[in-house]
Design a protein around this ligand. Structure first.
Ligand SMILES: [Zn+2]
Length: 440
């Protein structure tokens, strides 16, 4: 028997003072149970934070319990929802590297610098862990008996891992046959109950929403405002790594636009507490085949229309981004840029990133491909300092990588493709291959 959905107020829960408010109508919402969208108007919710007037950079991460201080998310606790220590489920997420590589600057057309913040170095290999540590901690604080999401990729693996760490059962709903092999393997391995629904993603999510309104099932989907609080720490950690010196541009892939929304909120908060003194421009890069936000922006925010999404970059293959209003707010705040790139541009940029030894999932490479386009078009000056966000690991969508290098995508070899060769078990043949590798 599944417990019924709790009704507010929930006595005795340690999160009675957590508050949220609607972005659109301002309605205040209590944060002591699983929350979705505004009960009054259906708008997106923001967690309400009582920020201090000033945060001393030297004080960040100080005075925290060791297990929390080691997390690249929870060390920024003064800028996050006030969840009790005992509820926090951490796997030392975050703490991701910031790489600089002159080859990537050159690829982007920059005489300045191009760095990449690699979120694929999180425990389950994507940025989703930053949001999930906050989402699952909130679930635990509210006494949730089971957590759930609908996902075909990084989210499912992340939820499964954090639920396992918390000892809470997890339910992952996927449309039939629409999940990447690696992500399915992770999700099953971490012990989540995986349910394949006959139908598409929207149908799977609708079914899950129906379940969560009737029963005490904590929905950890992408509009969950607590997850977005965790995703802010990509920006916090990046700025700390830069010594709080603001780059000219932060370029990131735009799919469901949760990061875009979170980044703008993060930057506004850093400015408010005096940790930075100006805002960088955000540059949001969408795939041509999944670009409703770019069209919305290009039309001066006058008309928004969802589209049927198609791109090789599965993590941004989204035709109706859930966080569109949040993302618009972020672009407006930072006088940001929005552009699109083709699948070929994405895969060529990915090959360039991979070839440096860094490596990333296809969607991540949109950050470099888009920077290159924006520099070429004069929207980013050549001497700018740009940081691109890599959202996931090179092992995501491995089939696309192999197809690219084998020339199976469109039958033609792409620049930088690296096709394995086959030889007889013969020393002379092997010597010829080594000679080619050295001189060819
Ligand atoms: Zn509202």
């Amino acid at each position: 028997m599944i417990p019924a959905a709790p009704t507010r107020p929930v006595a005795g829960r340690p999160v009675a003072d957590l508050r949220l408010h609607c972005m659109d109508c301002g309605t205040a919402v209590a944060g002591d149970t699983a929350v979705g969208v505004c009960p009054a108007c259906g708008g997106l919710l923001d967690v309400t934070l009582d920020l201090p007037d000033r945060i001393d950079p030297a004080a960040i991460g100080q005075g925290l319990p060791a297990a929390i201080a080691r997390s690249g998310v929870w060390r920024y606790r003064d800028l996050l929802p006030a969840l009790p220590d005992a509820a926090i489920v951490s796997r030392q997420e975050g703490n991701t590297p910031l790489y600089w590589d002159d080859r990537l600057s050159a690829y982007a057309g920059l005489t300045g610098a191009f760095g990449v913040k690699h979120e694929g170095h999180n425990p389950t290999a994507s940025f989703k862990d930053r949001g999930m540590t906050v989402g699952v901690s909130h679930a635990r604080a509210t006494g949730a008996s089971i957590v759930a999401c609908a996902s075909t990729g990084n989210t499912s693996a992340s939820l499964a891992s954090y639920a396992a760490a918390a000892g809470i059962p997890a339910l992952v709903i996927i449309p039939e046959g629409k999940i990447s092999g690696g992500k399915l393997a992770q999700t099953i391995a971490y012990g989540a109950k995986v349910v394949q629904v006959e139908g598409d993603f929207d149908l799977a999510l609708t079914l899950l929403r129906e379940l969560t309104t009737k029963h005490d099932v904590y929905l950890c989907n992408s509009v969950n405002p607590f997850r977005l609080e965790g995703q802010k720490t990509i920006v916090f950690e990046l700025m700390e790594q830069l010594g709080w010196r603001v780059p000219d541009v932060i370029a990131l892939p735009g799919g469901n636009l949760g990061n875009t929304g979170a980044f703008g909120k993060a930057l506004g908060e850093l400015l408010r507490v005096g940790l930075i003194d100006r805002l960088p421009q955000l540059a949001i890069i969408q795939a041509v085949g999944a670009s409703p936000f770019a069209a919305y922006h290009a039309g001066g925010w006058t008309a928004y229309a969802p589209m049927a999404a198609e791109t090789i970059a599965t993590a941004i293959k989204i035709g109706d981004p859930a966080s569109t209003p949040r993302a618009r707010r972020s672009v407006e705040l930072t006088r940001g840029l929005v552009t699109t790139v083709t699948d070929d541009e994405i895969m060529d940029a990915k090959a360039a990133i991979d070839r440096t030894g860094i490596g990333c999932e296809p969607a991540s490479a949109a950050s470099l491909a888009g920077t290159r386009r924006l520099v070429a078009e004069g929207h980013i000056t050549a001497d700018a300092t740009v940081v691109g966000i890599l959202t996931g690991h090179v092992l995501k969508d491995a089939d696309a990588v192999v197809a690219y290098h084998l020339g199976d995508l469109d039958g033609a070899a792409r620049p930088g493709s690296n096709r394995p060769v086959r030889i007889a078990a013969d020393l002379a043949a092997l010597e010829r291959v080594v000679d080619d590798a050295l001189h060819g």
